[in-house]
Design a protein around this ligand. Structure first.
Ligand SMILES: O=P(O)(O)OC[C@H]1O[C@](O)(CO)[C@@H](O)[C@@H]1O
Length: 236
């Protein structure tokens, strides 16, 4: 695991956008994308760059069950607003939150991922160590599934909603097994509230109690952390 410590999320976004450019220049065609507060500066930098995705495909990690693409809290809306409006891809895939038939939707999305092997997957990390929406206890070989969000995740994400009750309790998420099949993984974390999760991911035991810890077993992971998120690491 390569760890890059940056001053803040702005420097982190710049570094991440550089890595997108390098991978794109060396032939990456399928980009796995994330939502949440963490990748916002990365998308800002990508938008300001000369990167052109018009011949490429994007595959997002997750979507809330029950939210339609035009719902401002949906991850479809987030992606449209932060990236796709300004840097369109040839084709962009996200789980369909309006499909309430979870068997059909998870099967469909797993097929999308199988048909579009991911060259570079961007990840954030939850305070509880989740990647995508794969909460603690998720199997390391999981495929796309409907996840019951933990209280910690609902609380963390309630900052984007009027109140706690409005946060959807379920999400469709790419599985850990599918994330692990990405050729390269780029994980970002900014802020003190991510320090425990980063320490457990990098230096802790590989355990399903910390989903991100499985990344220790992936051959090509780069982690971009600011000084706060890196503050508990034993770096020499
Ligand atoms: O970046 P945030 O908002 O702290 O969220 C952490 C992670 O959890 C999620 O919200 C759940 O997938 C991701 O989008 C994000 O990478």
């Amino acid at each position: 695991m390569e760890i890059i410590v940056v001053k803040d999320k702005f420097e982190g976004g710049k570094k991440a956008a550089e890595i997108f450019k390098q991978e794109h220049d060396s032939g990456a065609k399928v980009f796995g994308l994330a939502t949440g507060g963490t990748p916002e500066t990365t998308y800002e930098q990508i938008v300001a760059s000369d990167l052109d995705f018009s011949d490429d495909v994007s595959v997002n990690l997750d979507e809330y069950v029950g939210l339609a693409p035009d719902d401002e809290q949906s991850y479809h809306y987030y992606m449209q607003h932060h990236l796709f409006d300004k840097k369109p891809f040839k084709k962009s895939y996200l789980p369909d939150g309006t499909n309430l038939d979870d068997n059909a939707e998870t099967k469909r999305y797993s097929q999308v991922i199988a048909d579009n092997p991911i060259d570079l997957q961007l990840l954030g990390i939850g305070e509880n160590g989740h990647i995508g929406f794969n909460e603690p206890g998720s199997a390391f070989d999981s495929t796309t599934s409907k996840i019951h969000l933990t209280d910690s995740t609902i609380k963390a994400n309630s900052r984007y909603f009027d109140n706690y009750e409005d946060v959807p309790k379920y999400a469709y998420s790419m599985g850990i097994g599918e994330i692990m099949r990405s050729k390269k993984i780029l994980l970002e974390a900014f802020g003190k509230n991510k320090a425990e999760a980063i320490k457990a991911m990098v230096e802790g035991e590989v355990t399903t109690a910390v989903p991100a810890s499985i990344l220790q077993k992936h051959p090509n992971v780069t982690v971009i952390v600011d000084e706060d998120a890196a503050s508990l690491l034993n770096l020499d």
